[in-house]
Design a binder for this molecule. Structure first.
Ligand SMILES: Nc1nc2c(ncn2[C@@H]2O[C@H](COP(=O)(O)OP(=O)(O)OP(=O)(O)O)[C@@H](O)[C@H]2O)c(=O)[nH]1
Length: 445
């Protein structure tokens, strides 16, 4: 009879040979966990703390068991090297060496050397732009497109609500054509539309190859409620994506005025606090909206950020005015660092739950709004439900005006701005995010 662990080991070897590294991790981890039981260990240290596992069991293992474990750690080291977590791979090679592997010391040395090397290798760099609702992500995206007007940048734009507003707010440059802007509405790319993210990335890359218009980079703007971890995992979970693209960094926009409030928000059991996750996974933090707070508050915000992500680089800004070198081409995403923080990062069955008290409401109607009635309605909305609103935004056609109007109410919903720009003549739309169940928006016209 073939043991379960042996079948898993064969699958892991095949995945390694075919360079399906993410699948390989799933196979090798489960086969090793099964093998730990064979040698009388019920814990998961065989994969999570290999050094301690080998040290404890080495003297008791038979020669045959040593040989099996040696092979397992070598295969796991090779798979993890394929994913780019060289520090973690070096630990596996050291275990293989302790179990008698010949030449494992060479692999340890080369894994350690690879840690210092630059990543990329001809792949397209991807930046994940995250940050809570209204923190300034679209403002930053527009700045990037303006400063890099000579570069071909693909954009994936994800909105939580069913009405997409941000695509109207993006001021695409000459090389950012419709072909390389992909909009994903009505769900979060960290969960419900994650499959669309993978499909979108593949389509973008395939089009660029087919049309011989290589991409200089891809930027993914997540919803303000996204957990960045599953988005980052995408770059390891899909083989095609892994071969063609690499995650350059996770850039988190932080609203200096509201961050502490969002970090302190109590969530129901099992629900992650997105603001905490976004800070924890950040490679760079753009501390935005500094114009709205004083120095003492900024210092307090930085202190709170450091408590979650000690070594992250932070820059203070207003209107998302940040040096591009701080956020792009940084090669900052480090799988080893993420694995130290979240051991289950590479597991493909991770549970992820959004706070379902936060909902969205979208209105998309044809016609023009009446300015005075709109203002009356906004005043009513602000008075009645202002404290419940995290974020409202929209693009409007106002009666008697040629321009299209952008409607913005960031953070807390305690202020509304209505300003014009460009040329208009299309339907009106609002999107609101509120706490505790949806609420009815009166028709805006
Ligand atoms: N006072 C102030 N307002 C800002 C700053 N940066 C951006 N804003 C405004 O804040 C609002 C929200 O900015 P966006 O860039 O749309 O924020 P976002 O993170 O893309 O918002 P969502 O996509 O809805 O999560 C807009 O009205 C911006 O003009 C800033 O530094 N200070």
């Amino acid at each position: 009879m073939t043991d379960i662990w042996a079948e898993g080991f064969t699958s892991a070897q095949s995945a390694l040979k075919e360079e399906r590294f993410f699948d390989g991790v799933q196979f090798i981890n489960s086969c090793m966990e099964a093998y730990a039981k064979v040698v009388g260990d019920e814990s998961d240290r065989i994969v999570k703390d290999p050094g301690a596992f080998v040290e404890e069991h080495l003297a008791k293992l038979s020669e045959e068991q040593k040989d099996v474990l040696r092979q397992m750690y070598e295969v796991r080291g090779d798979i993890i090297t394929g994913l780019g977590a060289n520090k973690r791979a070096a630990v596996d090679y050291q275990c293989a060496q302790a179990l008698g592997a010949v030449g494992a010391d060479v692999k340890v040395a080369s894994a350690q050397a690879a840690m210092k090397e630059k990543k990329g290798g001809g792949k397209v760099p991807v930046t994940v732009l995250t940050g809570f609702l209204g923190s300034g992500k679209t403002t930053l995206l527009n700045r990037i497109l303006k400063e890099f007007h000579g570069k071909r940048i693909g954009i994936i734009e994800n909105e939580f609500g069913e009405v997409g507003i941000d695509d109207s707010l993006i001021e695409a440059g000459p090389l950012t054509t419709e072909e390389n802007i992909i909009e994903m509405n009505n769900g979060c790319i960290c969960c419900t539309v994650r499959g669309d993210l993978i499909a979108g990335l593949k389509k973008m890359v395939k089009n660029s190859i087919k049309n011989d218009k290589p991409l200089d980079g891809v930027i993914i703007e997540t919803t303000g409620l996204a957990d960045p971890a599953p988005v980052a995992q995408t770059f390891f979970a899909d083989d095609y994506v892994q071969q063609k693209l690499f995650l350059d960094g996770i850039v988190t926009l932080v609203d200096a005025k509201h961050l502490i409030m969002h970090l302190d928000e109590e969530k129901p059991e099992g629900v992650e606090n997105e603001a905490v996750e976004q800070v924890a996974f950040a490679d760079r933090i753009v501390l935005n909206k500094c114009d709205l707070v004083d120095e003492a508050h900024l210092e307090e915000v930085e202190k709170r950020i450091r408590m979650i992500n000690e070594s992250v680089k932070i820059t203070r800004t207003s209107q998302s005015k940040v040096d591009m070198d701080f956020i792009l081409g940084i090669e900052a995403f480090n799988l080893d660092k993420i694995l130290e923080m979240d051991d289950a990062f590479l597991a493909d069955d991770q549970e992820h739950q959004h706070d379902d008290r936060v909902t969205s409401c979208g209105i998309h109607v044809k016609g023009e709004v009446h300015q005075q009635r709109l203002n009356e309605w906004l005043a009513w909305l602000l008075k009645e439900r202002g404290v419940d609103l995290f974020r409202t935004k929209g693009v409007l056609a106002v009666q008697g005006m040629k321009e299209k109007f952008v409607f913005q109410a960031p953070g807390g919903g305690r202020s509304f701005f209505l300003f014009g720009g460009g040329t208009g003549g299309f339907g009106a739309g609002w999107v609101g995010f509120g706490q505790v169940g949806g609420f009815g928006f009166p028709q805006p016209t």
